[in-house]
Design a protein around this ligand. Structure first.
Ligand SMILES: [Zn+2]
Length: 320
């Protein structure tokens, strides 16, 4: 079977949609000025483009859209720029998505996934020169939405966005809870009967009962090695998960509570703590793991299954 014969469709989270909601709140109300044919020609000329084969200014691939050179939104606020050709450049989908709301030059030279630098695009400094010249040649309008719309209406509008975000967060928490419940049941029944598809390299080193998840560039076993104490296994695994930002923020918050830690792992103390008092110091390892004290009260037989279930749950959260 070829390496990429199978690819799981991406599942979605509710919170994962929040930046597109923020974008539409501002994008939807900033003025849109359509260019004349002359203006388009002038723009393409300064950008050294062939009118019959327009390319992405950032990387040179075939253009699929025009991108705001200066973002309309930064830190959930309108920057003042509007949608007009002076602030638009031809781009490809890859670049547009990777750039997001970043500063175009920093992004081009930065290490973001799919940025021109990360993709090894060759003539970067020449491309930057052209874009800088374009930026200077065509002055851009800037507007103050709050001033135009009026303080009162504007804060009403921003408040409605905030409320929407809170509702999304609430819905996300419920989603997490639901997944937590059904995934643990699902893992108990279906998963153990049908061996999960993992990449074949990993599979070789495993016996039949152990599964592996891939986190960043490392593979993580869901169960300890033979004769490995559960404490060692847990420390090792948590380090990898935390190092690779594989545990969602909301999950970390839950792991700081006694209730959730009990429910998830059947331990009597929060799995993670940011600070310790004299009383609970003995229940935690002395050294912090990526900023957290980790509970040290584990029993091999009792906890192996629970840790495995949780690792698979985290893996599923990340696939969502
Ligand atoms: Zn591109």
């Amino acid at each position: 079977m070829e390496k990429d014969a199978f690819k799981m469709p991406n599942a979605v989270t509710i919170k994962g949609r929040s930046s597109s909601i923020t974008n539409s709140f501002f994008n939807g109300i900033v003025p849109v000025v359509y260019p004349t044919e002359k203006e388009i020609q002038a723009a393409l000329h300064v950008l050294e483009q062939n009118e019959n084969d327009v390319r992405c200014v950032y990387c040179g691939e075939k253009k699929t859209e025009w991108d705001h050179l200066h973002p309309l939104i930064v830190d959930k606020n309108h920057t003042g720029y509007i949608t007009e050709i002076a602030n638009l450049v031809p781009a490809c989908g890859k670049c547009n998505q990777s750039k997001g709301n970043s500063d175009w030059k920093e992004w081009m030279l930065g290490d973001a996934k799919l940025s021109p630098k990360s993709r090894g695009i060759k003539d970067l400094s020449h491309r930057i020169e052209i874009i800088e010249r374009y930026d200077k040649t065509f002055p851009k309008k800037k507007i103050d939405l709050e001033q135009i719309i009026g303080k009162e209406k504007w804060s009403e509008y921003k408040l409605s966005l905030k409320k929407l975000e809170e509702d999304m967060e609430h819905a996300q928490n419920i989603m997490d809870e639901i997944k937590n419940v059904y995934l643990s049941q699902y893992n108990n029944s279906t998963r153990t009967k049908h061996k999960r598809v993992v990449n074949t390299e990993n599979e070789k080193m495993l016996d039949n009962n152990v599964r592996v998840i891939t986190v960043g560039t490392v593979s993580i076993r869901t169960r300890p090695l033979q004769n490995e104490p559960v404490q060692e296994f847990l420390k090792r695994t948590l380090s990898s998960l935390l190092e690779n930002n594989f545990i969602p923020k909301s999950e970390i918050e839950k792991l700081k509570t006694k209730e959730y830690s009990k429910q998830c792992f059947d331990i009597n103390f929060p799995l993670l703590q940011v600070s310790l008092n004299e009383d609970n110091r003995v229940r935690y390892w002395k050294d912090k793991i990526y900023g957290f004290y980790v509970c040290s009260q584990w029993y091999q037989k009792k906890h192996d299954d629970k840790i495995e279930k949780w690792i698979l749950y985290i893996d599923d959260l990340n696939k969502a």
